[in-house]
Design a protein around this ligand. Structure first.
Ligand SMILES: Cc1ncc(COP(=O)(O)O)c(C=O)c1O
Length: 367
């Protein structure tokens, strides 16, 4: 592997788009304004002022919010609370690899539902729901991980109706909503839900920074109370220092500047990525994302993505194989995360990827 590896693998921001100074200032304010709260164990529902701020943003009661160590922890708590071995859980095909791992380790009966460029196939989901066995549907509505696609408003309405009629829970896993750099924001399913069918998760990883490990769940208060008990038994309480810092970062308005920085940088990177793919790898098929961190790339049928991965690694460029986000298939697909690659490195990264593609034997890279 080359020493100057360009990694399109991690769904994390490059350092230049993290507001380190703003975080340092927020940390100073957290220890100055609330030293007792920031340094105490606190409670399992999270740092109370941040919980209230999140509840206000979503227009819900405080009792409907649980703040966790990253939204991955929120996902894990929710799954551990509502999913038991053998339960039927719908996921998008492809979906976030850690969701698949988590659900499989619980013994869930995972049913992948086709993902289209406007989101999960609602007809296929309705067919599964008709069997009466569906417990939970995991949906990443905005700038999906790994595909970068966004669930249309029509499909949001359709999903809510299918869930209401068939008594299953929609898990709206939404860490990327605020990273929209083109098109119009679409209301969350949580906002449109009148039947209590939605549990929502989001995160400050993609807007503030992932190392802060602050995420949260919003849901019916009785479910949140059950999850809070599990949280207490798991870790007593989440990281109060981190949550107090995030709180100060949010109430000062620094978060708006941070989001604007991330959006501007990522919009530029997507444009550069598009131009680089057109120039160096015209075989690639993709839809330009309107936000988020990821682009899903399809190469000609028959491409061996494992061979491409190895050849790319030798040339100092990394990505995640599409097959990692699927229970089966996806051998001609890959995910490019442009969040972690500065704009000046993208063209070179794609040039290396194209070089790797062309180095493959004809059987592994059909023309
Ligand atoms: C869809 C989705 N959910 C959850 C997470 C976990 O995020 P975190 O634990 O950093 O909040 C990620 C991270 O990439 C994600 O893409």
């Amino acid at each position: 592997m080359a020493s100057d590896t360009i990694s399109f693998a991690r769904g994390a921001p490059s350092l230049d788009i993290v507001d380190v100074d703003g975080l340092r200032d927020a940390a100073t304010r957290a220890f100055t304004n609330d030293p007792a709260g920031a340094t105490a164990y606190g409670t399992s529902i999270g740092y109370v002022p941040l919980r209230r701020w999140i509840a206000e943003q979503h227009g819900v009661d405080d009792a409907q919010v649980l703040v966790t160590n990253g939204s991955m922890q929120a996902d894990a708590f929710l799954f551990a609370t509502v999913v038991t071995a053998g339960d039927v859980v719908a996921v998008e095909k492809p979906t976030y690899d850690r969701t698949l791992l988590n659900l499989r380790s619980l013994g869930a009966d995972v049913r992948p539902i086709s993902l289209q460029t406007d989101g999960i196939d609602d007809h296929e989901l309705a067919l599964l729901a008709d069997t009466g066995t569906l417990k939970l549907a995991h949906v990443i509505p905005n700038f999906q991980n790994p595909a970068g696609y966004t669930l249309s408003q029509d499909k949001r309405v359709s999903l809510l109706s299918i869930a209401g009629n068939n008594d299953f829970l929609i898990f709206e896993d939404d860490p990327y909503r605020h990273i929209r750099f083109s098109g119009d924001d679409i209301p969350t399913m949580l906002e449109q839900d009148t039947a209590g069918s939605v549990v929502y998760a989001s995160s400050f990883s993609k807007t503030v920074c992932p190392g802060i490990r602050v995420g949260y769940l919003v849901g019916p208060s009785d479910l949140i109370a059950r999850i809070a008990k599990l949280a207490t038994n798991t870790y007593i309480s989440p990281n109060m220092v981190a949550q107090a810092i995030v709180y100060e970062f949010c109430v000062s308005g620094a978060i708006d500047g941070a989001i604007a920085t991330v959006k501007a940088a990522l919009a530029e990177r997507v444009a550069t990525l598009d131009a680089a793919l057109q120039e160096h790898l015209p075989e690639a098929r993709y839809q330009l994302p309107e936000g988020g961190y990821f682009m899903w790339v399809e190469l000609p049928e028959g491409t061996d993505v494992s061979a491409l991965f190895a050849a790319a690694d030798e040339r100092g460029v990394q990505f995640v194989k599409g097959s990692d986000f699927l229970l089966e298939g996806g051998e001609n697909t890959l995910r490019l995360a442009y969040s972690g690659v500065t704009n000046d490195r993208i063209d070179e990264g794609i040039r290396r990827l194209a070089d790797a593609y062309r180095s493959l034997a004809p059987a592994a890279a059909p023309a």
